[in-house]
Design a protein around this ligand. Structure first.
Ligand code: ADP
Ligand code: ADP
Length: 229
């Protein structure tokens, strides 16, 4: 059974139809990539998936239950977690404080400290920066912090919006290596959207191609990589 499923999802901004019937499935433990050009509807897909944007039509199922129509803040706090585009961290809070906020809704405070240490194992550079304000970090470090903060919620499904955006290739490679580790070692299911198709498909097991609000192709990632169009 998929952990996440979109069935014929339509979404719009006023008269602009951003999604025209998106259907996709994500199974537990997978990394799934949605690739497509700027404006294809990638961000909208992720935002509808975690109920940040309401849908006009269709269904969204998470963990065997329909969640469309619910308010984002009423979803289980350790379920879906989105890392929005553009590395939104709290610039005036330290790395430690950003990570603590990720665990805000958690009651198991002893485990929170353990998880923060685990984040430093995943992202050693953040340990060196733990007393620094988020805003003083480099772009790549901010992206790492944004991902680490999301992981502090212990999500079952991590939604990543263009993790490579505006970052140098070397840093991007590091971030994708860590995404791979998060999936493999923590068992976190990952749905990521990317303009950089090669990068995303190398990390993913399956992929969907999105064009102007519709899925035009779906296949295992290797097949999509080998047949660029
Ligand atoms: P990305 O395409 O990388 O996700 P954005 O989310 O900033 O970048 O914008 C995507 C597209 O949506 C752009 O073409 C932009 O012009 C358009 N857009 C964003 N915000 C608005 C808005 N408030 N009104 C109209 N168009 C918008
Ligand atoms: P992508 O993430 O693939 O770049 P988006 O999901 O951001 O695409 O955008 C999908 C479509 O919705 C585009 O046509 C874009 O211009 C439009 N759009 C996105 N955000 C807004 C917004 N806030 N207001 C109006 N139109 C928007």
């Amino acid at each position: 059974q998929p952990i996440l499923e979109l069935k014929d999802v339509h979404a719009s901004y006023g008269n602009i139809k951003a999604l025209k019937g998106i259907s996709l499935k994500v199974y537990p433990g997978e990394i799934v990539a949605i690739i497509g050009a700027n404006g294809a509807g990638k961000s909208t897909t992720l935002m509808t998936t975690c109920c940040v944007i309401p849908i006009d039509q269709g269904e969204i199922w998470y963990n065997g239950e329909p969640i469309h129509g619910k308010a984002a803040e009423t979803l289980p706090p350790t379920g879906l977690c989105q890392v929005p585009e553009g590395r939104r961290i709290f610039p005036r809070l330290t790395v430690d404080e950003n990570l603590e906020l990720g665990a805000f809704y958690r009651k198991d405070k002893a485990d929170v400290e353990k998880d923060r240490q685990h984040m430093f194992d995943l992202f050693p550079i953040l340990q060196d920066r733990r007393k620094q304000h988020g805003g003083t970090l480099s772009g790549g470090e901010q992206q790492m912090l944004a991902i680490a903060r999301a992981l502090m919620t212990r999500p079952k499904v991590l939604l990543l919006d263009e993790p490579s955006l505006g970052l140098a290739p070397l840093i991007v490679q590091q971030i994708f290596d860590i995404i791979h580790d998060i999936n493999e070692k923590n068992g976190t299911t990952i749905l990521l959207v990317e303009q950089n198709a090669n990068l995303a498909l190398q990390a993913a097991s399956r992929g969907y191609v999105l064009e102007t609000g519709a899925i035009t192709l779906e296949d295992d990632a290797k097949t999509l990589l080998d047949n660029p169009e």
